[in-house]
Ligand binder design. Sequence first.
Ligand code: GTP
Length: 474
Amino acid sequence: MAHQSDLIAENIEQYLKEHENKDLLRFITCGSVDDGKSTLIGRLLHDSKMIYEDQLAAITRDSKKSGTTGDKVDLALLVDGLQSEREQGITIDVAYRFFSTDKRKFIIADTPGHEQYTRNMATGASTASLAVILIDARYGVQTQTRRHSFIADLLGIQHLVIAVNKMDLVEYGEARFNEIVEQYKQFADKLDAPNLYFVPMSALEGDNVVNASEHMDWYTGQPLLALLEGIELSRDQNLTDLRLPVQYVNRPNLDFRGYCGTLAAGILRPGQSVRALPSGKTSTVERIVTFDGDLDAAYPGQAITVTLDDEIDISRGDWLVAADAEIAESNAFTADIVWMHEQAMQPGRAYDIKIGTREVSGQIRHIDYQIDVNTLDHHAADELVLNAIGRCQVELTSPVPIDNYRRSPGTGSFIVIDRLTNVTVGAGMVRDALSGTSTGTDVDWQGFEIELNALVRKYFPHWEARDVRELLNR
Ligand SMILES: Nc1nc2c(ncn2[C@@H]2O[C@H](COP(=O)(O)OP(=O)(O)OP(=O)(O)O)[C@@H](O)[C@H]2O)c(=O)[nH]1
């Protein structure tokens, strides 16, 4: 079990360094208000001895004053306490907590359930491999449960742990648990849902969180922590396709030219034949350079600098892929977009799209449908408001290589940036390439007109856009 030095870390850099030889599981916790998310995280930290003695003494004292658990220690106070410390002076959307056991280190993204739910969850989930979805055993699958599961699935999370909590309030009943499992599975049929795990638990009483439950001997699976420690993650990585989006070209002197980036997919080795996109030029990997020396092989997620045998022209935003890889290139594709800004997405408006390490201007040319995250129904939409999710057609002013997000999240995702304010207003997951359009590098007239209208409204409120256009046409 953990030592004092393994306690919850404040500083992620230092924390990761201390535990660098263990593998890392990032997970997200989701639940409706009062499902017991804080209690669960508190219980996880408490039972795996991640809490300082003085913290425990403080919450034991506070539980008597302001807890909701009678004589018992209210472990939710631990999490809420950490949260309020972190929130002093700054507004954060997602709180991250770090802990480790002998087997693995963990980062929990804890997303507040109330406001701007979709945006927060999408932020927390975008780097997570697993989601713990809490269900109150008394109420079973709720609209929120479906919403959380859908977003987790949309973001390509491979493992969903359905934590049926508060089993103590349903007499630890096996029949009730099975009923909820069935309810959930029926709904999960509509998802691509990858690996599902169901755990009956009581976060309050400590059943099946870290320690196996004495009250539910009918449950033969593992408690939550053992599950989190044991789930195999390597299978989730795409080791087949090679993708290195170049973040920056390092040229300290005439003898060295290295291409730096984080390997998004595949295994890269010296001697490998590679092709640069969009130029199509090929070469061979000479060295893989890192801060700690050269590598014989690099894996997804590793930040590397690559040198090649030939001097081919590669710049920031280009991709290195396997020489024989077949990749569609197009200036149009379909994508699921999560809208993250108060100002609604307007099809036809010009936005900057940052895809991989490249930034290109473009527009959302059409919303095929909006997805109701509560029912998973599709319906028509002219715009996407804050937190809405839609299947859209995106068109760029120049072609890019297209990767499906599910196959390669690192290169198949993008963000949408407002051109006037430079604020990130949306996040998207690429689905399929569409055949290119004649727009090519032409001016995007529709987007231009919308921007023009906005500018005219701002600076010449008494003018009509029509007047401006007439002026331009003269
Ligand atoms: N009986 C019982 N009560 C629980 C259990 N888990 C949590 N609770 C209680 O449920 C209430 C809500 O728990 P929290 O942990 O604060 O729930 P939360 O989901 O974090 O809620 P928010 O922080 O408001 O989003 C508290 O009174 C807890 O003591 C459980 O397993 N059994």
